[in-house]
Design a protein around this ligand. Structure first.
Ligand SMILES: [Zn+2]
Length: 134
């Protein structure tokens, strides 16, 4: 990680308006003009390509056992750029006294373990996910 970051920092000078250097894989990638920019920027200002966003999200899920993902319909979970996709194995839709509705989903995480996610209301796709014990 540190190596990739320092490579990215060193190569930052060669960036133009049309390309960016991914802070994770160190590759020079083209800035997309459609469907967003093609990268995410972290707090330190480093740019990360969408493919590596998926790696970051996967690693973070495995490390922390938690994730905030987007529920795409009821069949699929994705990360923000949509590069990480996890199929929902089972979902249950129910009522919630404050949000109106609540969807519970179960899926296999990137660690191969069973995860559970909850999404509230009809206006948000945000799904708070947590690894199940055992
Ligand atoms: Zn990358």
């Amino acid at each position: 990680m540190i190596t990739a970051l320092s490579i990215a920092a060193n190569r930052k000078g060669s960036e133009s308006m049309k390309t960016f250097i991914c802070s994770k894989c160190g590759e020079e990638k083209e800035v997309q003009t459609q469907c967003g920019t093609g990268y995410a920027t972290d707090r330190a200002g480093f740019k990360t390509c969408y493919d590596c966003c998926a790696d970051f999200d996967r690693e973070e899920m495995m490390e922390t056992g938690k994730a905030v993902l987007y529920l795409d319909g009821i069949a699929q979970l994705t990360n923000w750029p949509g590069t990480l996709r996890l199929p929902v194995r089972y979902s249950r839709h129910g009522e919630h006294n404050i949000a109106g509705s609540r969807t519970d989903i179960w899926f296999q995480g990137p660690d191969g373990k069973e995860w559970h996610g909850t999404q509230y209301g009809n206006f948000s796709q945000l799904c708070h996910c947590r690894r199940l014990k055992g």
